[in-house]
Design a protein around this ligand. Structure first.
Ligand SMILES: C[S@@+](CC[C@H](N)C(=O)[O-])C[C@H]1O[C@@H](n2cnc3c(N)ncnc32)[C@H](O)[C@@H]1O
Length: 804
C-alpha cells in the first residue's frame, strides 16, 4: 500500500515557494509517494496525469507528480511564469474555502450530500488551483484507464476539463486508499460473513478531506496556521496510522475491505473516521519518515588470498601442535597454498605442488575392488587370544617429562618408547605432538576420502595395492593395521586349513607371540612391499594396548602415490622366496632381505629368476601365470613347523643368544635347522635378538661415553630404510636410561623382544611385529610360548639387575 507522506511535502514547501519548481524536481519526485506501484492498468492513467501536470494551472502542485515525471517535463517551455505569491494567494483562498466547508461538515456530521455540496462550493470559490476538478467533476464518467487515455487525445481542446478529471482521478485514488487502509487493519477484515459492498460514494465523501490535506501541504505554514485555528485534520502527517487505530472502531461498523473494488461506506463510517482523526492530538510532532530499509551493503572480509599466508612449511594438522614449533613459527594455514607459494616451497624444499585429490586424480575412480575382503577397523581377539593376552599382559607404563615449551618432540620419552601420549601419561594436552592414533581417530570419525586418505587400487603386476588420496606429512600416521589377533596355534591351524591354497597371506607378528591376521582387517593389508618404501609399519602402545599403523616416511606422501613399506619379509624357506616387483633402483629382487650367505643368495636369485620365467611367460598375463604356478606347486605342500621342531629350534637359539648376550658380542641370532624339513630355515627370533639388544643398550648406557657413541654409530650405520621418526639424541637416551635406572620406572619395560633388527635408530622397535609375516609362505614361527616367556623374563631380570 502506498503511503501519503504529507509531512515530507510540508517540509519541502518553503523551498518551492522560494525557487522555481523546476529547480527541485528531484526533491519533489522523491517525496511524493501517493500512488500505488505502477501496474499495466494504472500506468496509463499515470501517464495521462503526468502529462497534464505540465499545464500551467498545475504548477503549484508539482509534488503530486509521480516519480516518473521527468525533469524535462517540468521545464516545459509552455509553462507560464507563475509567481510564488500568486500560488500562495490562490491556493490559500481555495483551501480556506475547503477548510471552512469541511469544518462545517464535520461539525454538523453532515451527510454525503453535504460533502458533495462542499466540493461544489469550493470549486466555485477557488477556480485556479486544482479546483476545476471539482467544478468539472462528473461522476458519470468512469475513471478507467481507457477513459483516461481517451482523454489524453483531446487534451489540447479540453484542457480545463482534463485537469479536473485528472485531479479528480487522483483524489478518488487517494480517497480509495484512505478508506481501504483502515479497513484492512480493522478486526472486521476477516469477517467473511459480511458481504462486500462497495460504493463510489465514499470517494465523494473523502474528497474534501483529501483536498484539504493537499492544500495544507501546498501552503505550508499558512495552511498550518489555518488548520490550527480550525483544528482541522489536515495536520496529519500520514493517513495510515490514525485511521487504522482500531480502538474507536466497532468491528461491525466497517465493512470488509477489498483490494480491487470500492465499498459502500455509510455516513456513520465516515463520521467515525473523522472522529478518530480528531482524537489524535493535533500537536503531535510529525514522525520523521522512516529511513529506507535497504540492506546494508556488506563488504567481503575474505578474499582470494585469505588464509594463504606464505609459508615454507607443508600444511599441518594436529601434529603441528608441537609447542616448540607453534611458538616460533606463525600459524599454519589450513588451505593449500596458492601456486606462487607452492612454487617457492618447491624451489626451497624440492617438493612439488600437488593439487587436491579431488581435482587431480591420477587414476580414474571405480577401481576394481577386492572380492574377499572382510573389513574391520578394530583389532579383534579371536579364540584363546584374549585370555592369553590378559594372562600375559605386562604392566607397561611410561610417563613423558616434556615441558610445554618443547612439547612432545623427538626427545619425548614416550615417543622414544613408542608409547602414545594421552591424558594419563602426558600433561601437555593438545600441545603434545605425540598423539598419532588420536589424530587418526579424528580423521576416521570425520570420514570422507580426504580424511581417510587412502584407497585400494589394482596394480598391474602385484595384485591390489593402496594409494593416497591426499598428501601426508613426513612421519604422519596414515592408516592402522588391524585384524584378528590370533595365537600362534590358531595361526598354524589356519595356515594348514583355511589358507592352504592362498597365495597371499595377511599375517603379521604383533605382540606377545600373537599374530594379526588381516584377512579380515583394515585396508592396510593391501599395502605392497617395496625395497625403497615411502612408508613404514610401526607398533605403538596406545592406552596400554599395542597397535600397529602405517606411517609416512621421511619424504612424506603426495596425492596419488602408491603406499609401500619394507616387509622385511622372512621367506622362511627358499621355496617361498618371491620375486619383488617394486621397480625401485635398489630392488633386492626378492621379497625380504637379501641373504648374506653367498650360496644362499645364488640360490635365491636362481629361484627368483625361475619364478620370473614361470610367472611371466611371454604374452601371458600375471594372473594366468600365477594360476599355472599355483598348479605346478600342487601337491607340494609347504611344511609347517610342528610344535616339537619349533621348540627344539628355539631352545638352541636361546642357548646361543644367552651365551652371546653375556659376552656382549653379536646381537642377532639366526638360523635354526628343523629336523623334519631338510630345507634350511631362516628363523628370526626377534625376542631373543631384542633381548640382546636391550642388554647391550643398557650396558652401553652405563659405560663410558665413547662406547655409547660407538654403539650409536653402529646402530645408525646398520639402519636400512628404517624408521624416519627422529629418535632422541644420545644424551637424551642416556638421560632416559639414567632416569629409568634411578627411579626404577616401569617405562623402559616394554618388551625387549620387540626390538627390530636393523632398525638402529629406534633400538626398541619391535622387530618381530614389524616384520610382516604376510606372504604366500608360512608366517614366521616364533619360539614356543614357554620358551619365549622364559627368555623375556630373564632379559627383564637382567635389566633390573644391571640397573640396581
Ligand atoms: C599383504 S599382500 C599385499 C596385497 C596384495 N597385493 C593383494 O593383492 O592382496 C602381500 C602380497 O602381495 C604381493 N606383493 C606385495 N608386494 C610385492 C612386490 N613388491 N612384488 C611382488 N609382489 C608383491 C605378494 O604376492 C605378497 O605376498
Amino acid at each position: 500500500m502506498a503511503r501519503l507522506n504529507t509531512q515530507a511535502s510540508v517540509t519541502e514547501t518553503p523551498a518551492i515557494a522560494d525557487e522555481p519548481s523546476h529547480d527541485q524536481p528531484d526533491d519533489t519526485i522523491s517525496l511524493d509517494v501517493p500512488v500505488q506501484l505502477l501496474t499495466p492498468e494504472n500506468s496509463r492513467s499515470e501517464t495521462s496525469s503526468n502529462n497534464e501536470v505540465t499545464v500551467p494551472e498545475e504548477k503549484p502542485a508539482p509534488r503530486r507528480r509521480s516519480t516518473r515525471v521527468t525533469r524535462a517535463s517540468l521545464q516545459a517551455p509552455e509553462i507560464p511564469e507563475v509567481t510564488t505569491s500568486h500560488i500562495e494567494d490562490t491556493a490559500a483562498s481555495s483551501s480556506q474555502a475547503y477548510v471552512d466547508s469541511l469544518v462545517e461538515s464535520k461539525r454538523t456530521r453532515s451527510s454525503l450530500r453535504n460533502s458533495i455540496a462542499v466540493m461544489e462550493r469550493s470549486n466555485d470559490m477557488a477556480p485556479s488551483v486544482g479546483d476545476n476538478m471539482v467544478a468539472d467533476y462528473n461522476p458519470q464518467i468512469p475513471q478507467t484507464p481507457c477513459s483516461n487515455s481517451s482523454q489524453e487525445q483531446h487534451m489540447d481542446e479540453t484542457k480545463p476539463s482534463t485537469q479536473q478529471r485528472t485531479l479528480r482521478t487522483r483524489v478518488t485514488k487517494v480517497l480509495s486508499e484512505v478508506v481501504e487502509t483502515p479497513q484492512s487493519e480493522t478486526p472486521m477484515q476477516n469477517d467473511s460473513q459480511s458481504p462486500i459492498r462497495r460504493s463510489t460514494r465514499l470517494s465523494f465523501v473523502s474528497k474534501p478531506i483529501d483536498f484539504l490535506e493537499r492544500t495544507s501541504a501546498l501552503l505550508g505554514k499558512r495552511s498550518r496556521e489555518l488548520s490550527e485555528n480550525v483544528k482541522e485534520p489536515s495536520r496529519r502527517s500520514s493517513l495510515r496510522p490514525r485511521i487504522t487505530a482500531p480502538k474507536e472502531e466497532p468491528a461491525a461498523s466497517i465493512p470488509e475491505p477489498s483490494a480491487s473494488k470500492k465499498r459502500r461506506v455509510s455516513e456513520s463510517d465516515v463520521s467515525k473516521l473523522h472522529a478518530a482523526e480528531d482524537k489524535v492530538p493535533s500537536e503531535e510532532p510529525a514522525a520523521p519518515s522512516p529511513p529506507p530499509r535497504y540492506k546494508p551493503k556488506r563488504w567481503l572480509t575474505h578474499g582470494l588470498y585469505t588464509g594463504q599466508e606464505p609459508s615454507n612449511s607443508p600444511p599441518k594438522q594436529r601434529r603441528s601442535k608441537n609447542s616448540s614449533k607453534t611458538t616460533t613459527t606463525p600459524a599454519q594455514r589450513r588451505l593449500l597454498p596458492m601456486p606462487m607459494f607452492g612454487g617457492s616451497r618447491m624451489i626451497e624444499n624440492g617438493r612439488d605442488y600437488v593439487l587436491p585429490f579431488d581435482v587431480f586424480s591420477p587414476l580414474p575412480s571405480g577401481q576394481p575392488k577386492p572380492d574377499e575382503w572382510r573389513k574391520t577397523n578394530k583389532n579383534v581377539f579371536v579364540g584363546d587370544a584374549a585370555s592369553e593376552w590378559k594372562a600375559n599382559k605386562k604392566l607397561e607404563l611410561s610417563t613423558c617429562m616434556c615441558e610445554e615449551d618443547t612439547g612432545c618432540d623427538e626427545n619425548c620419552q614416550n615417543r622414544y618408547m613408542f608409547y602414545e601420549c594421552d591424558s594419563g601419561n602426558c600433561r601437555l594436552g593438545p600441545e603434545c605432538g605425540n598423539r598419532n592414533f588420536s589424530e587418526l581417530k579424528h580423521r576416521t570419525k570425520a570420514g570422507g576420502k580426504y580424511n581417510i586418505g587412502v584407497e585400494v587400487i589394482k596394480t598391474s603386476d602385484r595384485g591390489y595395492g593402496v594409494r593416497s588420496n591426499r598428501s601426508f606429512e613426513p612421519n604422519q600416521i596414515i592408516v592402522e593395521y588391524t585384524g584378528e589377533i590370533i595365537t600362534q596355534f590358531e595361526c598354524e591351524r589356519r595356515m594348514r586349513t583355511v589358507y592352504k591354497k592362498n597365495e597371499c597371506y595377511y599375517l603379521m607378528y604383533f605382540d606377545q607371540n600373537m599374530i594379526i591376521d588381516a584377512t579380515r582387517g583394515s585396508i592396510a593389508r593391501f599395502v605392497n612391499h617395496s625395497c625403497e618404501p615411502n612408508c613404514r609399519m610401526e607398533k605403538w602402545t596406545v592406552a596400554g594396548k599395542p597397535r600397529m599403523a602405517l606411517f609416512a616416511g621421511d619424504r612424506g606422501i603426495m596425492t596419488g602415490e602408491e603406499l609401500s613399506y619394507d616387509y622385511n619379509f622372512d621367506p622362511y624357506s627358499l621355496k617361498n622366496v618371491q620375486q619383488c616387483r617394486c621397480g625401485s633402483e635398489n630392488c633386492r629382487g626378492i621379497l625380504g632381505p637379501r641373504p648374506k650367505d653367498k650360496d644362499q643368495r645364488a640360490k635365491v636369485e636362481e629361484k627368483a629368476q625361475a619364478e620370473k620365467e614361470v610367472k611371466k611367460p611371454a604374452g601371458k598375463k600375471r594372473k594366468l601365470a600365477d594360476a599355472e604356478s599355483a598348479d605346478s606347486q600342487k601337491g607340494k605342500k609347504r611344511k609347517i613347523l610342528n610344535a616339537k621342531s619349533i621348540k627344539a629350534g628355539v631352545k638352541k637359539v636361546i642357548a646361543k643368544a644367552t651365551a652371546r648376550g653375556k659376552t656382549g658380542s653379536k646381537k642377532t641370532v639366526k638360523s635354526a635347522t628343523t629336523t623334519k624339513s631338510k630345507a634350511k630355515k631362516t628363523v628370526t627370533l626377534p625376542k631373543v635378538k631384542a633381548a640382546s639388544r636391550v642388554k647391550a643398550t643398557v650396558a652401553n648406557a652405563s659405560q663410558s661415553k665413547g662406547k655409547a657413541a660407538k654403539t650409536k654409530v653402529t646402530a645408525t650405520s646398520s639402519s636400512k630404510g628404517s624408521s624416519v621418526l627422529k629418535r632422541p639424541s644420545l644424551e637424551t637416551k642416556k638421560k632416559i636410561l639414567a632416569r629409568a635406572k634411578g627411579t626404577g620406572r616401569a617405562s623402559p619395560k616394554k618388551s625387549p623382544a620387540n626390538t627390530k633388527k636393523g632398525d638402529a635408530k629406534s633400538p626398541r622397535k619391535p622387530a618381530g611385529e614389524k616384520v610382516p609375516a604376510k606372504s604366500p609362505v608360512k608366517p614366521r614361527v616364533p619360539p614356543s610360548k614357554g620358551s619365549v616367556k622364559k627368555v623375556t623374563k630373564s632379559v627383564v631380570r637382567t635389566i633390573k639387575g644391571k640397573s640396581s
